[in-house]
Structure formats: structure tokens, C-alpha cells
Design a protein around this ligand. Structure first.
Ligand code: 5AD
Ligand code: SF4
Length: 453
């Protein structure tokens, strides 16, 4: 979502004449868009700011200016502290205030290079108005500006914020309450993206499957659509070939979404469904609203609807009070469900969250040991899944040139990176590839009998 937000910041600043540059040394303004989810991510901000301070000073010595801004969830959580710890920072603003960037930049610019207190801007309120109403249309230049050079795939935020309050998580405090964008806005943005060559849309939200967007349909005064209905509608937009969504909350998966997996061919057979732990007592302490058995049943229902569905997940090891038996339950769950991909983390105590105050914090060395064991199993399963694809023909959306000259890289329906000799192939096309090898993090394939689709 930070990638999406960064692109929207570029859109709004372009109206003031700003354009993107490749490196920060020649920039009139640098925005550090930050993440507060774990301590490591938050700490990185200060070391990065130290480096940027040197660039800012060098530019000022040459008589130029560099506005330095910190955005995102670290800005939201630490606000004033950033201005104290890094006094060369000019603007600090949270994830719900970036539509106000033009005002913030104007204020700072008025003071030129003067390091006056009045030059500083701190904007970490949760505004009453949703920022989306104030953002310009997505511009061609920023679609995929960050890492998807080909612009064949784009993110689209449909929902933001979270009301779940898992006891370990900062998101409800930094992103704020749940908000769903109206259906009409989402559809307009999706059409705009496809008119710019995008073929795969990834719908984003911290709790994306709790989407409940307002819609005005003929014959109804006002209605509300869930994610399943929204996906069905997006699939009917000309040019949309593939749809994904992330991240889902297990207890909010409803029948309509499961049916979309059965009925909408453009909806890719892959779901990121964080479980966090396989132990019911830990899930309870985490305030997750699902038990291990409920998660199992949900996976059964999803697989019934879409038998080739591939599951990915998030895991936290070393949550306070996690015993060997709890950890074992997580390991068993990983094997039983057969996750083909996952993100896993050591529990990181976050100030202000309930879990930070719990007794029985797990020692760092035990967290490290458990994470190692868990990742070994996940890596093994990922490799096994990748190797099970050898000999199959998969549709691959080619999205960028590979590292080796002449090579292209794309994504399989199951989110695997697939390498192919790109002779005669174009970035942005969907091709059928016969998979010839499967590695830890990628596949390789050759053009199948059908050739270009
Ligand atoms: N410590 C470790 N991992 C965390 N996550 C969220 N908060 C924490 C924390 N305090 C993980 C969860 C979530 C993912 C985005 O980050 O697994 O699903
Ligand atoms: Fe954080 Fe996700 Fe839990 Fe919300 S549902 S509090 S974003 S882990």
C-alpha cells in the first residue's frame, strides 16, 4: 500500500510541477514513505534520514533547496519525535493527510532555506474528509513507477484502515478506522488503469475482504457491495485480464467472495490469508477472530470452489506466552494446509499495543530458533510447489526484462516469478509457458504450443 500511496503523492505533486527523478541527490524534495509494523522497519527511517540530511546540506551549499518529508505510519506514530530527533526534516505527515501535500509544500517553500520553526509542518490528524476525494486521477507516469517497469500490473486501494485490533498490531492506530472507497470511484480508477495498458489489477486494503463500498444502482436508492461483487464487476471491464486482492482477514471471508473464486476466471487462484499462529490459545491472545479449526474449514470451502487455489500466509513466532506446544501447532498447521508461500516474522513489541504489556515475552534467541525452523519448512514447501509445476503449462503475464540479456520475467497465476527467453515476446503480454524448472523463488519456462495469447 505504501507503493500505491507513493504513486498518488507523485500524482498530486505533479500538479505543482514536480516530476519523479531516479536518485535523491538531484531532488528538490524527498519524501520517505515509512512503515511502522515492526521495530526494524521503524528504526531504518532514522538511519535513512541521516543519509538524506547530508544530501540536503550538500544541495543547500550549492544554493539549492531540498524539502525533506517523512510520510506513512512512522510519521503518524512518532510525529513530533521525528522533528526533534531529525531537526532537518521539514514535513511530517500521516497516511491519511497526503492529499494536503500542496499546502504543506507551499508553507515550507515560503520560508526558503531559513531553518525557522514556522517552516516545519506536522500533519498527523485523521482528517474527517477521505483523502481519495481530493486526489487527482491516476497518471500514466506513475502507474508502476516504483518497480513494475512494464505497467502491466497496478495496485488499486479499495479499502483502508482496520478495526480489528489484533493485540500485536499498530495498523488500527496508524492507518485509522476502516474505510471503503465508493464503488464508482474504484471502477473509474480500474478503467483508467486499463486504458494505460494495465492488465492485472491488485486490489489493496488492510482488511480488503471487509470491503463494503457504497453504490447507486438503477432501481435501488443506495446499496453496498462486498469484495466478491466488486471483483465480479471489475472483471467485466474491458482490458482487465487478471485480478488479485490482498490482505484478507479470515473471519471476514464471505460466501460471495468464495463464489467469485469459483465463477470469475480473471480472479487468480491465489489467496494471501494470514493465520499468524496455529494455536488457539495464541490466536485468542492475539485477538484474532478465528480458531485453527475455523481456518481449516474456510480453506476447505475455498478449495471446494477453486480446487487449484494456492494459499499464502503470514506467521508471527514468539508472541508473548508462546509455548513449544503452541509453536508445534503452528508447524503442524503449515504442513497440513500446505502453504505454498508465506511471510514470517519474529514478534516485535510495538509501543501502545496491548501485547507489548503482556507477561511472558519470549526471549529473542528462542524467537530466532523458532523462526529458523518455521522458515525451513515453508521454504521446503515453496520449493516443492514450484517443482510440482514442472511439465505444466501456465499462463504468464510478462512484466519486466530479466537480469540476463534477452530474458523476460513474468508472473504465473500462482504469483510465481517465471523466467523465459524473451525472443519475439513482448513485455505486457500473457503467454502460455511450459515450465521446465522450479527453484526456491522462481520457475523457468519455454513457449508452449499455443504461443501468444
Ligand atoms: N510483530 C511481528 N509481526 C507483525 N505483523 C504485524 N504486527 C507485527 C508485530 N508487532 C505481521 C503480521 C501481519 C503482517 C503484515 O505483519 O503477520 O499479518
Ligand atoms: Fe493489523 Fe491485520 Fe490485525 Fe488489522 S487485521 S489489526 S491490520 S494484523
Amino acid at each position: 500500500m505504501n507503493v500505491y500511496d507513493s504513486d498518488r503523492m507523485a500524482d498530486i505533486l505533479s500538479l505543482q510541477g514536480f516530476g519523479l527523478v531516479e536518485t535523491p541527490d538531484s531532488a528538490d524534495m524527498v519524501i520517505l514513505n515509512t512503515c511502522h509494523i515492526r521495530e526494524k522497519a521503524a528504526e531504518k527511517v532514522y538511519s535513512e534520514l541521516g543519509r538524506l540530511a547530508l544530501l540536503k546540506r550538500a544541495r543547500e551549499d550549492e544554493g539549492n533547496e531540498m524539502i525533506l518529508a517523512v510520510a506513512g505510519c512512522v510519521a503518524q506514530a512518532e510525529g513530533e519525535e521525528i522533528l526533534n530527533r531529525a531537526p532537518y526534516v521539514d514535513i511530517v505527515f500521516g497516511p491519511q493527510s497526503y492529499h494536503r501535500l500542496p499546502e504543506m509544500v507551499a508553507r515550507v517553500s515560503r520560508f526558503g532555506n531559513k531553518n525557522s520553526k514556522n517552516r516545519k509542518v506536522l500533519n498527523t490528524d485523521f482528517p474527517v474528509e477521505p483523502k481519495f476525494d481530493y486526489l487527482p486521477e491516476v497518471r500514466k507516469e506513475t502507474v508502476g513507477s516504483y518497480e513494475f517497469a512494464a505497467k502491466s500490473m497496478a495496485f488499486l486501494t479499495v479499502q483502508e484502515g482496520c478495526d480489528k485490533f489484533c493485540t500485536f498490531c499498530v495498523v488500527p492506530y496508524t492507518r485509522g478506522a476502516e474505510y471503503s472507497r465508493p464503488v464508482a470511484d474504484v471502477l473509474a480508477e480500474a478503467s483508467n488503469l486499463t486504458s494505460q495498458g494495465v492488465r492485472e489489477i491488485v486490489l489493496l486494503g488492510q482488511n480488503v475482504n471487509n470491503y463494503h463500498g457504497e453504490v447507486y444502482e438503477k432501481g435501488h436508492s443506495k446499496n453496498v457491495w462486498g469484495l466478491g461483487r466488486l471483483i465480479t464487476e471489475i472483471a467485466s471491464i474491458k482490458g482487465v485480464e487478471r485480478i488479485r486482492y490482498t490482505t484478507s482477514y479470515p473471519a471476514d471471508v464471505d460466501e460471495e467472495l468464495i463464489e467469485a473464486h469459483r465463477d470469475v476466471p480473471a480472479l487468480m487462484p491465489y489467496i494471501h490469508l494470514p493465520i499468524q499462529s496455529g494455536s488457539d490459545s495464541i490466536l485468542k491472545a492475539m485477538n484474532r477472530r478465528h480458531s485453527a479449526n475455523e481456518y481449516r474449514r474456510l480453506v476447505d470451502r475455498l478449495r471446494e470452489a477453486r480446487p487449484d487455489l494456492v494459499l499464502s500466509s503470514d506467521f508471527i513466532v514468539g508472541f508473548p506466552g508462546e509455548t513449544d506446544a503452541d509453536f508445534k501447532a503452528t508447524i503442524n498447521m503449515i504442513k497440513e494446509i500446505g502453504f505454498a508461500q508465506a511471510y514470517s516474522f519474529k514478534y516485535s513489541s510495538r509501543p501502545g499495543t496491548p501485547a507489548a504489556l503482556l507477561n511472558h515475552q519470549v526471549p529473542e534467541s528462542l524467537k530466532t530458533e523458532r523462526l529458523g525452523l518455521l522458515q525451513e519448512i515453508l521454504n521446503k514447501q515453496q520449493l516443492e510447489f514450484n517443482q510440482s509445476c514442472i511439465g505444466r503449462t501456465l499462463e504468464v503475464l510478462l512484466d519486466r526484462p530479466g537480469r540476463i540479456s534477452g530474458q523476460l520475467v513474468g508472473r504465473s497465476p500462482y504469483m510465481q516469478a517465471v523466467h523465459v527467453n524473451g525472443m519475439g515476446l513482448n513485455v505486457g503480454s500473457i503467454v502460455e509457458l511450459k515450465i521446465t524448472s522450479g527453484h526456491a523463488n522462481s520457475l523457468a519456462g519455454v513457449i508452449g504450443k499455443e504461443g501468444l495469447l
